[in-house]
Design a binder for this molecule. Structure first.
Ligand SMILES: *[C@@H]1O[C@H](CO)[C@@H](O)[C@H](O)[C@H]1NC(C)=O
Ligand SMILES: *[C@@H]1O[C@H](CO)[C@@H](O)[C@H](O)[C@H]1NC(C)=O
Ligand SMILES: *[C@@H]1O[C@H](CO)[C@@H](O)[C@H](O)[C@H]1NC(C)=O
Ligand SMILES: *[C@@H]1O[C@H](CO)[C@@H](O)[C@H](O)[C@H]1NC(C)=O
Ligand SMILES: *[C@@H]1O[C@H](CO)[C@@H](O)[C@H](O)[C@H]1NC(C)=O
Ligand SMILES: *[C@@H]1O[C@H](CO)[C@@H](O)[C@H](O)[C@H]1NC(C)=O
Length: 602
């Protein structure tokens, strides 16, 4: 009896299965929805019986799943879909493309500058940024054992980052970070507590530091650089011929960083590559664990083997881990901890592809990279909640998509107290008609994307990818810009950028402006981009800090024109830029005007 019963049950099951599989064949259901950035999409060339129903289901995904960056790893969110969803479509557990980021910072952030410190360093400094409205705040910093490393210090909130130096003398050097407790007071009332890691390491190995005030990176030879360079195809190019010759070719194109894109052929090739880069000098390697970061032991072995090379700049844990895995990438956090445990002397980086993932990954990296590829995409079917079009929640604009991505990152990072994370950008130097990108960028579009990234605070530009399959005019533009940015980095990496509240721009929707200026600096840099692709624009920029300076003289360049003489009168700079063109201007503050320096304090 039992036996029979079992058989009939199996038959029933079998019948159900065969019925439904016939059903699948005729209706051509795809058996798993693909996900990218937590968003479901229908892969190209696959059919669904009921796309409308699918999209409806997609839109019923929770849009406000809360995540807690302190908890970091959440692996258990289960989406609930209506029961009429075809049973063969398997929805992954991640269905939360727009997570709600909790406010952990209350507008108070603090991180250390020029980390890691070495036992030979005497002075450290804390960078404090206040995004709330309280005007006078006191700050104090304590080690775990309550040793006071920064005595209670009063600061004025003027909307820019404030540097607070302190002595490192009381702190023991250690391979592990000190968890420093930072207390904020309004009058004498404690209003916020935050924590920041402080590394004070024994001297010895090669060290690369991050400047969290101006955003540069200090190489193992203590040179502050703005890294510009491509991801490089190893199998298709780098390993062919002579490695030193190949690296020299890249250096000759004005690149100072490369990210060789794995897989590598073998370990001895990697050593040869580092040795060649060490020998050439001035070209640094971002070493990528792209396909390997889940294998923690392999990551550790490679870090130990390669960490002593002068040309090693950063450890690149993962490329777009947020794409397929969205917020289910515990391996990224594990890899970060593993790298730090064997080499706290070099920064860790990664590059994200999704608009809403920065808060989630902020504590898995020292430098937060993102990539924005808006050229030649068609966004017609893509929304914030579904579909993928090659550029997450973009509109396909070289001037607007980078600001849009950045504003979300800054907002989310500010909420969790990671606003001063160094930001790096990977830009489009490719096209791929088999996937989303129908055409390559033009030289003008390259220029606009590069300068807008700089204006929006990115302190490295990486390019996907070398060798370039681009017109010679586009390649020439890339090579030219790489040189120009090296020159401009003397301003960008050493002078603070004025906050946008100090500048009035018109017309505000077409013109993008960055100004690097400080009280004690005689020169300042002004970059202006016309992001309009339809017409030239007459612009007017008012720099509030300069209103009481009568006349300032400068020299500028618009794209590839010759140097031009320019003036700022009563704080106002006017000019005209053609479609997608860029002006870079360097002004000298007249020493006679020094009497007016108090202007800055208003
Ligand atoms: C996931 O959910 C299951 C069942 O609700 C639970 O037993 C398990 O502990 C959860 N795992 C995590 C990592 O939260
Ligand atoms: C999350 O990652 C874990 C470990 O890599 C894996 O076992 C699990 O299936 C993943 N979950 C989802 C929803 O992708
Ligand atoms: C790297 O340098 C340290 C000393 O600074 C040394 O102990 C270690 O053996 C070196 N590692 C390799 C792989 O050469
Ligand atoms: C490592 O790879 C390089 C480049 O492909 C090759 O020339 C070399 O023979 C390989 N070495 C070993 C030991 O396999
Ligand atoms: C948008 O979706 C429609 C209907 O699913 C499809 O026919 C069309 O090819 C899609 N367009 C793009 C650019 O993917
Ligand atoms: C340029 O014109 C096209 C077509 O008239 C329009 O779609 C596009 O938005 C315009 N671009 C800008 C930046 O105004």
């Amino acid at each position: 009896m039992k036996f029979l019963c079992f058989i009939s049950f199996s038959l029933l099951l079998f019948t159900t299965i065969s019925l439904s599989s016939t059903n699948f064949q005729t209706t051509k259901y795809f058996d798993a929805v693909k996900y990218w950035c937590g968003k479901p999409y229908i892969p190209k060339n696959y059919l669904f019986k009921n796309v409308k129903q699918l999209k409806l289901s997609i839109n019923q995904c929770s849009k406000e799943e809360r995540f807690d960056p302190k908890k970091q790893i959440k692996t258990n969110y289960t989406a609930t879909f209506p029961s009429e969803t075809p049973p063969t479509i398997k929805f992954p557990q991640t269905c939360e493309p727009v997570p709600l980021v909790p406010d952990l910072s209350d507008g108070y952030t603090a991180m250390f500058r020029n980390q890691p410190y070495l036992s030979t360093d005497l002075i450290g400094s804390l960078i404090v940024t206040l995004t709330n409205t309280i005007s006078t705040i006191s700050v104090k910093a304590l080690l775990h054992d309550e040793t006071e490393i920064l005595v209670k210090t009063k600061i004025k909130n003027e909307g820019t980052s404030i540097e607070l130096p302190f002595s490192l003398a009381k702190i023991k050097s250690n391979l592990e970070a000190h968890e420093v407790k930072i207390l904020f007071y309004n009058e004498d009332i404690l209003v916020h507590i935050t924590y920041a890691k402080l590394y004070l390491l024994p001297i010895g190995p090669k060290t690369v530091k991050i400047d969290r005030l101006y955003g540069g990176i200090l190489t193992s030879t203590n040179e502050k650089i703005f890294p510009v360079g491509p991801y490089v195809d190893i199998g298709g190019w780098l390993e062919k011929g002579n490695i030193q010759t190949n690296l020299q070719i890249l250096k000759d194109q004005n690149f100072n960083i490369i990210t060789p894109d794995p897989p590598y052929p073998n370990i001895s090739f990697i050593h040869q590559m580092f040795q060649a880069a060490d020998a050439i000098g001035g070209i640094y390697i971002q070493f990528s664990f792209r396909h390997d970061y889940v294998d923690i032991q392999k990551v550790i072995n490679q870090v130990i083997q390669f960490k002593n090379y002068s040309s090693l700049l950063t450890w690149y844990i993962a490329d777009e881990p947020d794409g397929e895995k969205w917020t289910n990438s515990s391996a990224v956090f594990e890899a970060y901890e593993a790298i730090k445990s064997v080499d706290p002397y070099h920064p860790v980086t990664l590059t994200l592809n999704c608009k809403y993932s920065s808060a989630f990954y902020a504590d898995a990296t020292d430098i937060l990279g993102t990539d924005v590829y808006p050229v030649g995409v068609s966004m017609s079917n893509c929304t914030e909640y579904s579909d993928v079009c090659g550029c997450d929640d973009c509109i396909g604009s070289v001037s607007l998509d980078i600001p849009k991505r950045t504003q979300q990152y800054v907002k989310d990072l500010t909420l969790i107290g990671r606003e001063s994370n160094l930001k790096w950008m990977a830009l489009q130097a490719f096209y791929d008609q088999n996937s989303w990108w129908e055409r390559a960028p033009t030289p003008q579009e390259i220029r606009v994307m590069w300068y807008i990234s700089i204006i929006y605070g990115y302190k490295s530009l990486m390019l996907w990818r070398f060798p370039f399959f681009l017109d010679q005019s586009v390649i020439d533009q890339i090579i030219d810009l790489s040189k120009v940015i090296k020159d401009l980095s003397n301003y960008i990496l050493f002078i603070p950028q004025l906050s946008i509240s100090h500048i009035v721009v018109s017309p505000a929707n077409d013109i993008f402006v960055g100004i690097w200026m400080a009280k004690n600096q005689p020169n300042f840099l002004l970059i202006v981009v016309n992001g309009n692709d339809n017409h030239s624009v007459n612009f007017k920029i008012t720099i509030k800090d300069l209103i009481c300076f009568d006349l300032l003289h400068g020299v500028g360049k618009i794209d590839n024109e010759k140097n031009i003489e320019v003036i700022i009168k009563d704080g106002v700079f006017e000019g005209n830029l053609a479609i997608y063109s860029v002006g870079t201007f360097i002004f000298k503050k007249d020493l006679i005007n020094r009497a007016h320096m108090s202007c800055y304090d208003t």
